[in-house]
Design a binder for this molecule. Structure first.
Ligand code: NAD
Length: 488
């Protein structure tokens, strides 16, 4: 790694002030990090208990320091301080969960025809963890925790605009890890390209846009890297006619404007029956009006700025187009604060046509279109005909009816009477263009493991014909041949 790398400035999206500087690493720095990770790999992969113990200590330290670390994150990302602190607490929970997960001991399969089989689990090797700017810490931890417990080494590459919180987390973690097991590289897109093309990297775990995810998959193909892709989404909330408007509006607003709407699995659009449209839109507008817009670090702020000018300008232009296409501004449209950053009030567009881009593309910001339906089957056909399939929610007190609808939605997660809650032990990921592979739970761990099947003939009592091994049923067995090296 460059001893004195060039640095670049990182900005606060609320005030546009410089909040720090980060190393501008080069592709050569990535090569160097890959080589150094290679020196740490074998010892790290060999001692499973040491890995679990390190992760438990890291969890305690991250939780203890979540206040200090959360401030760094809030400043560079813009999010409300309590949400930033929560990211580190979520990270601590993930480290503990994976440290305690009992799952990947060597498995003995049932003996058959004089053969004894064992399945070993081994780490996939060096992982490149590439993360976006919306949840720089929790989305990194959901990769680090299973990768490290599996015995992989990791190079973390955060978004160029949110490097400081990643650097702080990696620095803290390195107080508990052997040298070169975990490194971060910060700077421009050239780093991701290096990670996804270098042969020493065995897996890319990427969270970000579908566009960049597919580029990374192509870059990773020549060296046959494994890839996990957590990509974009355009989650609908489908409200059924018997839903309670106040309960439903509060739940939808809590999801839609968290992190200023920049959440992959936030409610991005609402489908409401004509009979409930007026009442629900009013309730949504009232709940949105209750959100105080401001700097994430300021007490009382309910929603921070959007993260960058391009995102704010895009969402704002989609709102204008939705109104031109026949939608109606029910709340918002302004900035909501005199601060100079990339602010946009929580904005509700009523009667949004299904085909306006605010509804049918991923808008990723502080706007929420509400579309009316007459037959929920039309909504289902419309949604399942689209490319995104990350999440969705159904809102109704009738759980049987909601569950039946949920079972026909093409998405990785379907919530009922809530949206955005994820669990440590349940898989998360997308269908179709929303991604491949899964994070969280045992599914998340399996993404960082590879199997080795050892298939042994249990004796040597007959001469194989023409080099073909002939199993001898009932021959004397030797279990030692197959119990061999398990995942360390
Ligand atoms: P992005 O795709 O622009 O960037 C993600 C990462 O890829 C960053 O580290 C970035 O530096 C890097 N990158 C950018 N261009 C690259 C290129 N050409 N080659 C290689 N690497 C490159 O995403 P973003 O704007 O940071 O984040 C927003 C997107 O992330 C949204 O689409 C959102 O839906 C998605 N997201 C998905 C999930 C999920 O779990 N499915 C979670 C959060 C965000």
């Amino acid at each position: 790694m460059s001893v004195y790398p060039t640095t670049y400035e990182v900005f606060d999206p609320a005030t546009l002030e410089v909040v720090g500087t980060a190393p501008l690493h080069t592709a050569e720095d990535v090569e160097c990090a890959v080589a150094l990770a290679g020196t740490a790999a074998a010892a790290w992969a060999a001692d499973r208990e040491a890995r679990r113990s390190a992760l438990r200590s890291i969890a305690v330290a991250v939780r203890d320091q979540s206040g200090r670390l959360g401030e760094i994150l809030s400043r560079e990302q813009g999010k409300v301080l309590r949400e930033a602190v929560m990211e580190f607490q979520v990270a601590a929970g993930l480290f503990e969960y994976y440290a305690d997960l009992e799952w990947y001991q060597t498995e003995q399969l049932p003996e058959r025809d004089g053969r004894r089989l064992a399945v070993h689990y081994r780490p996939v090797g060096l992982v490149g963890a590439i993360t976006p700017w919306n949840f720089p810490i929790s989305l990194l931890a959901v990769k680090l925790a299973p990768a490290l417990v599996a015995g992989c080494t990791v190079i973390a590459k955060p978004s160029p605009s949110t490097p400081l919180s990643t650097i702080a987390l990696v620095e803290l973690m390195n107080g508990f890890l052997p040298p070169h097991v975990l490194t971060s590289v910060t700077g421009r897109g050239v780093l991701s390209r290096a990670l996804s093309t270098l042969p020493g990297v065995r897996k890319i775990s990427f969270t970000g846009s579908t566009e960049v995810g597919t580029a990374i998959m192509a870059q990773a193909a020549p060296t046959v890297k494994r890839v996990t892709l957590e990509l974009g989404g355009n989650d609908p909330a489908i409200v059924l006619p018997d839903a309670d408007p106040a309960f439903t509006a509060a739940g939808i607003i809590g999801s839609a404007f968290r992190n200023a709407g920049q959440v992959c699995m936030a409610v991005k659009r609402v489908f409401v029956p004509r009979s409930l449209a007026g009442e629900l839109t009013e309730a949504l507008a009232a709940a949105a009006a209750g959100l105080v817009v401001g700097r994430g670090l300021d007490t009382g702020t309910g929603m921070g700025p959007m993260h960058n000018a391009a995102q704010r300008d895009l969402v704002s232009s989609l709102v204008t187009q939705a109104v031109n296409d026949g939608g109606r501004l029910a709340f918002g449209g302004g900035t909501g604060t005199p601060l100079p950053g990339y602010f946009m009030e929580p904005t509700i567009i009523a009667d949004a046509p299904y085909d306006t881009p605010l509804v049918c593309s991923e808008q990723f910001g502080s706007a929420l279109p509400v579309s009316v339906y007459d037959d929920v089957e039309d909504v289902l056909a419309h949604l399942n005909g689209q490319e995104f399939g990350l999440g969705a929610s159904v809102w109704s007190p009738d759980l049987d009816r909601a569950g039946e609808l949920a079972s026909r939605i093409e998405a990785g997660t379907v919530w009922i009477n809530q949206h955005t809650q994820v669990e440590l032990d349940a898989p998360f990921g997308g269908w179709k263009a929303s991604g491949m592979g899964r994070e969280r739970g045992r599914w998340g761990l399996s993404e960082y493991l590879q199997t080795r099947t050892v298939n042994a003939v249990t004796g040597q009592h007959s001469i194989p014909a023409a080099g073909v091994a002939v199993p001898v049923s009932g021959a004397a067995t030797s279990g030692a041949a197959v119990s061999g090296a398990a995942a360390g």
